[in-house]
Structures are given as C-alpha cells and as structure tokens.
Design a protein around this ligand. Structure first.
Ligand SMILES: Cc1cc2nc3c(=O)[nH]c(=O)nc-3n(C[C@H](O)[C@H](O)[C@H](O)COP(=O)(O)OP(=O)(O)OC[C@H]3O[C@@H](n4cnc5c(N)ncnc54)[C@H](O)[C@@H]3O)c2cc1C
Length: 223
C-alpha cells in the first residue's frame, strides 16, 4: 500500500456537522465508486491515527473529495479535521473497501453511511444509468440530511428520507421497519446496499432476511 500526501484545496460546510474537503489528486490516482482510503492528518500528533473515509467525487474530476462528519464530543481525528484549513495536508492510502455497484437496487444509508452511495449514485447519474435505483436515507433530523437537493435531482421519487428524532411534514418518522421497506420497495429480488452504524445494520439485516432477501444480495459496510 502506498501513502500519498495531499493538500487540502478547500473546505465547505454541507450540514451543521459535516464538511466537504476538496483535495489535490495525486497523478494517476484512481478508485472505484464506493471505495474508501485510510486517512491521517499530516501533523505530528496525528500522523499515526488513521481513519477510513470514502471518496465521494468522480474519477474524472481533477481533485479528490471527502465528505466528513465531525464528532466534536470527543478528541478524535474528526474533531481535528474540523479545525483544518485550506493548505493543510492529509496522508491517504490506496483505495480499498467492500461497497461496489453490482446492479440496480435499493441503497439504504444511515447518516454519514451515505458517503459510498454518493460516489456510486453520482457515477450512475454521470453515465445516465440511474434507472430505477432507490435511496432510503435515515437521519435524526432534517438538518442532518447530506446533499438533499442533489439526491432529489438525481433520484426524484426514488429518494425517500426517514427522520428518527423529528416529525416534519413530507418525511417519514421513526426507524426503518419492514412495513416502511414494503411501502417503498416494489421488488425485493434486487441488490440491497446498506451502510450505517452497527445497530442500524443489525436491524436492517434481520428485516431483509424476514422479507426473503438472500444474504448474498446484500452489499454492506459498517460505519
Ligand atoms: C470503510 C469506511 C468508510 C468511511 N467513510 C466515511 C466518510 O466518508 N465520511 C464520514 O464522515 N465517516 C466515514 N466513516 C466513519 C469514520 O471513519 C469515523 O467517523 C471516524 O473514524 C471517527 O474518527 P474519530 O477519531 O473522530 O472518532 P473515533 O475513532 O470514534 O474515536 C476516537 C477515540 O475516541 C473514543 N470515543 C469515541 N466516542 C467517544 C465519545 N462519545 N466520548 C469520548 N470518547 C469517545 C474512542 O474510543 C477512540 O479511542 C467510514 C468508516 C468506514 C469503516
């Protein structure tokens, strides 16, 4: 595995606790949409602290992009990423990861677990291959939804939000249930792509098994 030092070109806010980092792209660097890299901050106290983040841009962009949720409640790496500025450096590994597009299906994400699907759905959109792919995006509050407008544009009616901690008109409320899945998914003989925190993944895998989705039809990554 190689390591690459890359300069941060720009940092912008996408929600109250999520940042978009635009980075220099090493010459010849390429990844498959859905893949991540081990990332460290190039500062003495942080170079050894690697954390995985997903490439959310497209391979033909001339820069790399990460979309990173900042956890300010403890002194981890993301808190320090929240303090970085353009000109600071990250060290990134070669790409790796288990999420890859395997055909039309249903993407189900919780919070920052949507990042692998950002790259995949953007890539499908750029190739005019969105088809009947669907995205279910679970968040606590409406203000937590990452790239809502872009997903609405790309997926239209095939984008469904569910909020666990807030009742807002036009959004489903609560956690994802089998009933909720049945109300949105017309064909369970498709590939299911799931990515989110462990508790959500566990619940979803049980629900999908009850709905007769074969484990081999599930592509997953735990965040
Ligand atoms: C393949 C993969 C791809 C990913 N891609 C992305 C992505 O694109 N974007 C994104 O936002 N996230 C992504 N993640 C999740 C991301 O890696 C984590 O959010 C990140 O590693 C958190 O790092 P951290 O150092 O801030 O916190 P942690 O690693 O959780 O914690 C650092 C230290 O703090 C301790 N700690 C944890 N919680 C608390 C607490 N509440 N109070 C006190 N101490 C605590 C821990 O025990 C640990 O010692 C991905 C994860 C995986 C597996």
């Amino acid at each position: 595995m190689s390591d690459y030092k890359v300069k941060i070109l720009e940092i912008t806010n996408v929600t109250h606790d999520v940042r978009i980092l635009k980075l220099e792209k090493p010459k010849g660097f390429s990844f498959t949409p859905g893949q991540a890299a081990d990332v460290a901050i190039n500062k003495p106290d942080y170079v050894e602290q690697k954390r995985p983040f997903t490439f959310t841009g497209l391979n033909d962009w001339d820069y790399l992009e990460f979309i990173i949720k900042i956890y300010n409640d403890h002194n981890g790496v993301t808190k320090e990423i929240g303090n970085l500025k353009a000109g600071d450096e990250l060290i990134i590994s070669d790409p790796w990861g288990s999420i890859q597009y395997k055909g039309e299906g249903i993407f189900i994400a919780g919070g920052a677990g949507v990042t692998p699907f950002i790259a995949i759905i953007r890539n499908l959109n750029s190739e005019n291959k969105i088809g009947n792919n669907k995205l279910i995006f679970g968040n606590k509050m409406e203000s937590d939804i990452i790239l809502k407008d872009e997903f609405e544009k790309m997926l239209n009616k095939n984008f469904r939000n569910i909020l666990s901690d807030e009742k807002v008109e036009g959004y489903a409320n609560g956690f994802i249930t089998e009933e909720f899945l049945k109300s949105f998914v017309d064909d369970f003989n498709k590939t299911f792509y799931i990515c989110g925190p462990p508790s959500m993944m566990e619940a979803l895998e049980k629900q999908l098994a009850n709905l007769k989705v074969d484990a081999s039809a599930i592509v997953k990554e735990e965040f």
